[in-house]
Design a protein. Sequence first.
Lengths: 566, 99
Amino acid sequence: MINGNNGKDNRINSKILIVDDVPQNIQVLANILKEAGYQMGFAKDAKTALAHTESTQFDLILLDIMMPEVDGYELCARLKEDKRKRDIPVIFVTAKSETADKTKGFELGAVDYITKPFDVQEVLARVKTHLTIRNYATKLEQMVEERTRQLIHADRLATLGTFSAAIVHEINNPLSHVQGNAKLLKLFWNALKPIVKMNLEGHVERNVKRHVEGHEEGYVEGHGEMRAGRHEEMRAGRHGERHIGEDATVAVREDTTVKVREDRTVPVREDATVTVREDTTVAVREDRIVPVREDDETIMMVRKDMDGVDEALTCLLNGCYRISQLTNSLKTYSRQSNARKGRSSLIDIIHDALHVVIHKLKFKGITVDVAVPTGLMIYCDQQKLSQVFINLIDNACDAMEKRGGEIAISATAVNGTVSHGRESGIPVRESRNPVNDQDNQDDQDDRNDRNGQNDQNGQKGQEHDQNDQEYDQHDQGHDQHDQGHDKKHDQEYDRIDIRITDNGTGIPDEVADKIFNPFFTTKGMDEGTGLGLFIVRNIIEEHQGKISLSPFAGKGAEFHITLPLG
Amino acid sequence: MKSWKAARQTGLFDDIACFGIQLKKYGDKYSLHILQQFADDLILQVSNFDIEKMMATLNSYPGLIIKIKSLHQEQSQGETRFEGKIEPERKIRSQGEIQ
């Protein structure tokens, strides 16, 4: 707000330079202005005056014309040539009272002309007037500078909005390919999985059997030390303990007969023996650890990872769904359109807004509790109302100094006889919260993965598909059920009470009064334009609604919005 | 000296008055009578907007500093001769009065 006519405060801050070669003249003027509370400087010649204006920012110069060396006209002309000094108003105070002198003074850029002898009150009045104008001009310059900066910022945001719409479009095309193909892949996989699994299991079994048979074909030779198999060495062990040099093994327990070729020493005489080699058959029950061939190993790995394929496909579809939600919200938000009112679900509008600011909520670890009846419909410009929630939630995020803050959004339908009564509305139930839902969904995914509930994941993917469809239908209106629901509510209630509460740092009383003013901001120059809440108020009023603030100093804030059901 | 230069540069009566008040404090703190007198004169001249005398007083400031320095040197020499038994503040004041 411009404060140019604010009496004494301005006088104290205003600096006036008196330039006169006669010290007594300076003394007289200084005494007059001292009473009015101005700060004064003096110079007895043009050179000193120019030096003083270099070091001090004066608000007004009272300039004598007749001075030795450089006169007042010349000094005025020099001041007006300097772009840093040309805005300082100059008032000529002189004995020269000819019209031509005055005209010359004005032509050189002076704002006023006082002739000696002067009247004290006249001097004070003229000085005050020109200082007021000077203050207005300074403030206006500052405002213009500030508005220019804000306009540039707004223009950047508008450009960003246009880009967003284009980027969303570009993302949506490949996303639809990925999503469509992932769904197709999942369908195929669901059909193919049992067949693949069955074949793989049969293949491994056949290989193992071949191994076992291969072992049986060999002979075991030596004195209790057996050598058998094709690739591995086995240390003897009649009890079946065997070590295998390969990492991949299969344990097989079975009864087998092993041919043993032994050298048996037979006494021939008392002092002589003969070694006889003979074959015998020994029955052995053992746990055989059979090495698995390289191709078997791959097959087993594939069989083991088959569940992972389910998981991967589900994750792929979930990811696509989330991207789709985000791009749809961005599309809704960045779309440039005239006011296009229609019946919209309040919970959907809030969810759209939450999707846009979700990164900030996650980054700051903020929990959002949404308590809005799902069937609550409102006649509004969905895009604009979404912006209301985005601005309010964004502000609430900024008000959180520490991580782990909480924002609560609640809405109830109320009738005209009850003023702002939360308790008089439709019973509120906890509705879905996209922020928490995603985390919950992640947790659920983890649980499902652990429990191998792949079929459920598949169902979830289908649910997401349905959600996608819901999003698609969003602009086209809502189904019969909702309409019926609304009619019932319309008969009983005439407006909606919405409350957005946070537990941030709160809003001081002195700030609360100005918070809806345009260009008022408590944020830094680069953080806010000061237009957020002004826009919010305008949108709410455009919808014949009201918005108010309950600041709980140091304990957060609550915005209370009332909108007609329409 | 910086404040003296600043007071002359800005050309504001208030700055010159502040400079005078600052000198007055130093004069009181160190019992430098000549400094106290200088400051009193300057403050009075500023309050009367007596430009000519004020400028003359301001212009005499470097000379005043030289004078104070020489007094300090004399005092130091005196202390050496009299084994520092003479109280420095009192000595400066007495010489200042003679001046």
